[in-house]
Design a protein around this ligand. Structure first.
Ligand SMILES: NCC(=O)CCC(=O)O
Ligand SMILES: [Mg+2]
Length: 330
């Protein structure tokens, strides 16, 4: 029976707060949030990221302190991104798998001091290559797939050895999930989770992040379009996701977030696997700019932007608003 006015008045259920609460189809809670954080060498070091107001790079001692606050707020996990000093970068990206590297030390410190907080690491070479690409390159600057995977395996194992709960390959090489899964299994890391950046687009929304980790420089070749996805495509994202699930990903991710919520929804409908989305640095920066100008209401828009991910089907969101949102949700 088709509904019709006035038997059906959609506004009846919107009149009072209690019915609005009962009708809510999606919920945002602090358990949905993963907080990306930037780690710096040194002690008692703190640097602002100009293009990401409110975001700081922290040395490990301060990172651990902050992590205690995040755990107390109920944030389930953080994702760490090392700021690699220029002198540690190279063509072969060997700092990526240094057992005493910044990311590896940060993981050990976090798991020792705040064991209940999940720690996720980034598996990709861009913070460690002198040219800023996510993999090893040939003479033409083309990113080599299979050679890069060999380094990613070592990097992922070094993270697992340090105690990372989740390794998150963000490089978009073909076949890396399977290779990393196999290496984890054969080295006894059977419970290390993999969150695959499965549908990562060659997006201009990553600009502020590259400032934050200092990988912007001059990305050789100018862009990452030979491995990250074309923003035109949606069916292709489903193929990427299917491959990563088959290769052993526990969780998949879509990135960026808000401009790609259609992909989140298609992924969830098609595969029904744990699905995450990354509200990236550019999304954060544009929101912050509008808040600073008084053009948007900060508290309301942060929560609305995050709720939209839940409505689209995401199980969780990587967001630089995680800490602020956790306070707002208290
Ligand atoms: N692998 C992590 C990222 O590239 C983050 C991008 C962003 O926040 O813009
Ligand atoms: Mg892929």
């Amino acid at each position: 029976m088709p509904e019709q006015f006035p038997q059906t008045r959609m506004r009846r259920l919107r009149k009072q707060s209690f019915t609005r609460k009962l009708m809510a189809e999606s919920q945002l809670s602090v358990s949905d949030l993963i907080y990306p954080m930037f780690v710096l060498e040194g002690e008692n070091q703190k640097e602002l990221v100009p293009s990401m107001p409110g975001v700081e790079r922290l040395s490990i001692d301060l990172l651990v302190k902050e992590a205690q606050e995040l755990a107390a707020l109920g944030i389930p996990a953080i994702a760490i991104f090392p700021v690699t000093p220029a002198e540690a970068k190279s063509l072969c990206a060997s700092e990526a798998f240094n057992p005493q590297g910044l990311a590896q030390r940060a993981v050990r410190a976090l798991k020792a001091e705040v064991p209940e907080l999940g720690v996720m690491t980034d598996v990709a070479l861009d913070p460690f290559t002198s040219h800023g690409q996510d993999g090893l390159i040939d003479d033409q600057g083309y990113v080599l797939n299979d050679e890069t995977i060999e380094v990613l395996i070592k990097q992922a194992l070094s993270h697992a050895e340090a105690g990372a709960d989740i390794v998150a390959p963000s490089d978009m090489m073909d076949g890396r999930i399977g290779a990393i899964r196999q290496a984890l299994e054969s080295n006894g890391y059977i419970n290390t989770c993999i969150m695959a950046y499965s549908a990562k687009y060659a997006s201009a929304y990553y600009g502020p992040f590259r400032d934050a980790v200092g990988s912007a420089g001059n990305i050789k070749g100018g862009d990452k379009k030979s491995y990250q996805m074309d923003p035109s495509n949606s069916d292709e994202a489903l193929r990427e996701i299917a491959l990563d699930i088959k290769e052993g990903a526990d969780m998949v991710m879509v990135k960026p977030g808000m401009p790609y919520l259609d992909i989140v929804r298609r992924c969830k409908d098609e595969f029904k696997v744990p699905t995450f989305a990354y509200q990236v640095s550019g999304e954060y920066a544009m929101h912050k700019a509008a808040f600073a100008n008084g053009w948007l209401n900060e508290e309301q828009v942060i929560l609305e932007s995050l709720l939209a991910f839940k409505r689209a089907g995401a199980n969780g969101i990587l967001t630089y608003f995680a800490k602020q949102a956790a306070y707002l949700l208290k």
